[in-house]
Design a protein around this ligand. Sequence first.
Ligand SMILES: NC(=O)c1ccc[n+]([C@@H]2O[C@H](COP(=O)([O-])OP(=O)(O)OC[C@H]3O[C@@H](n4cnc5c(N)ncnc54)[C@H](OP(=O)(O)O)[C@@H]3O)[C@@H](O)[C@H]2O)c1
Length: 316
Amino acid sequence: MVENDDFRHTKLALSNGSGAIPALGFGTLIPDPVATRTATKAALDAGFRQLDASERYRNESEVGEAMREVFTAGTVKREDVFIATKLWNNNHRPERVKPAFEASLKRLRLDYVDLYLIHTPFAFQPGDEQDPRDAGGDVIYDEGVTLLDTWRALERLVDEGRCKAIGLSDVSLEQASAIFEAGRIKPAVVHVESHPYLPQWDLLDYCKQNGVVLQAFAALGHSSEPKLLGDPVITAIAERVNKTPAQVLLAWAIQRGTALLTTSTTPSRIKENFEVSALPDDAMREISEGIETRVRFNPVVETGIPGFIPRGNGVR
Ligand SMILES: NC(=O)c1ccc[n+]([C@@H]2O[C@H](COP(=O)([O-])OP(=O)(O)OC[C@H]3O[C@@H](n4cnc5c(N)ncnc54)[C@H](OP(=O)(O)O)[C@@H]3O)[C@@H](O)[C@H]2O)c1
């Protein structure tokens, strides 16, 4: 076990953007507004210097309040935190991108973000309704705009100096490479679900070859069934290296060269999740090669509709 304080402060350079993204990130997909504020503050206090938000989470104001409180107290400086937020599906029309971006900045109480992502490649009917449905309850998609049209609007935000880097979320390798080929500004980050049950090795290889950072969400498996945190390979390694299963999973994500996002509303777990250390090579191999379960917990990539799949009693 390598006990190295530098490990938890690992940063990945953004070849297609400026600066670097801290590997260990805290996500703010937290439904309760009070819990959002408390958890965001606790994450900054614990040492997290990468935060992920989204207009779709409808809590950017609470994330903004928590950040403002910490920045005002002077314990952490704005410029030392890498902050990302995301454009939602109802705002893909190019003329809607800048207003949506500015509304996010205002709620977050920021004058720039480090990263702006297109939350999913699916365009929904343009308008203020985030989840537009027809009379039959089906989502209304927008066939009048392409992902590249939306990407071009994000490029203009970079030109205007309003965000330092742009990227894609919930995309396939094909969708990521199409934007990479066509984009004047290349994606700095591709943000997708990834963990040992969904390692996305092909996408990670592509990203590494092209200087793109893969940012892995649901790094702990979102507490969903089957429980990644209870996988026997993970729990055996945790015992051997004297770390928790969560710390093993987060270390694996950093060590294979991704940035990651984890979330907790429990103060002790927020601290635990920042106290990671590098794993020995044999543990890395056991996780990468010895775990064969394959599960995608979140089907957002198939429809653009957010939500993790509930699975009762471990039945899939
Ligand atoms: N682009 C997208 O479509 C998309 C989709 C999903 C997520 N995301 C982003 O990714 C972030 C992380 O995703 P996620 O929520 O799935 O992350 P996750 O870390 O895999 O799962 C969070 C769950 O794990 C539990 N947990 C956290 N630390 C733990 C620990 N040390 N031991 C045991 N359980 C622990 C939390 O419980 P407690 O809260 O009870 O502690 C919570 O139920 C989100 O906040 C969001 O920013 C993006």
